[in-house]
Design a protein around this ligand. Sequence first.
Ligand code: GLU
Length: 294
Amino acid sequence: MLSLPEQQVFRFAPSPNGLLHLGHAYSALLNADLARSRQGRFLLRIEDVDKGRARREFIHQIEEDLAWLGVWWEEPVMRQSRRFSAYKPFVAVLEAKGLVYPCFASRAEIAAAVARKGTDWPRDPDGTPLYPGLWRRRPAVDVIRMRAMGLPHALRLDMEKALDALGLGPGDRITWQEEDEAGGFTERAGRPSDWGDVVIARKDVPISYHAAVVVDDHAQGVTRVVRGKDIEPATVLHRLLQDLLGLGAPVYRHHRLILDGDGKKLSKSDGAVSLKALREAGKRPSEIRRMVGL
Ligand code: GLU
C-alpha cells in the first residue's frame, strides 16, 4: 500500500520578554521558508510561562514584526500562559510514576548549599550549578509538614529515577534525529544527567520552560523543531521528557546563530538592534533576509 508522506509541521516559539532581533528573524524566516517549500504548516507559539518577564506589548510587537517580514502563521496562536490546566495531566504522569519530588528550598538556600559543595561542583550546560539535592528523597514527614504549612514548592525531576525508569544508567545517553542544512539526517546524542534534577513545575507557575516545550510541541503536532544552536544542549532533556511521557520525538535542526560585530550571539539583554528599530530606520524585509544570509 502506498503511504502518503507526512505533512511537516514547523513552529516559531519566541519568549515575549523583549523585542525581536535579527537572530529571531532568521529563525522565523527559516521555519516559514521550510514550511512553504515542503507544503507544510507553520505555527506560532508564545512562550510566556515566565510571568515576571513576559509582557503583552512584546506579544503584539512579535506579531507585527513577523507580519512585516512576510511570515504568516496559522491561527490560533498558542499562548503558554493560557495552558496551565493542559500541563497538569503531564505533570501528574511524572508524579504518579514517582519521578518528581517537591522542593521547598529558596534560591538562597540552594546557592548556599552549592557554595558548601566547593568550586568544582558541576554546572548544567546553561552554566547553572546542578541542584545539590536538598529535597531529593527526604522523609515523607518533612514534606507533609511543609505542605501543611502551605509553603510554596517547585517539582523537580529525580534524574536518577527517571533514567532508571527507561532502563538507563546515570551516564547513559539519549539520541535524537538532527536534520542538516542539506536535508540529510544524523543521529545526535547527549547525557540527560548533565542537567541534574531539573525543575518540572516552578514555584510560581505549574510548569517549567523545558516541560512546556515538550508538551506543546506534542499538542501542536510539531514534527520539525528548527531552532538556534544555543538550545541544542537542552534537546537531550526534551528527548528524556518525551520518552518518560510516552510522546513521539520530532526531528530537530539547530541552526547557526546570528552574531554581532564582536562575534557574540545577539541577545535582548545586550540591547541587540531590534527589528522594530531596523524597520523604523528604513530597512526593507528583503534587506533583513540578506542581513541574515537567506
Ligand atoms: N522560547 C525559546 C526562545 O525564545 C525558544 C524555545 C524553542 O524554540 O524550543 O529562546
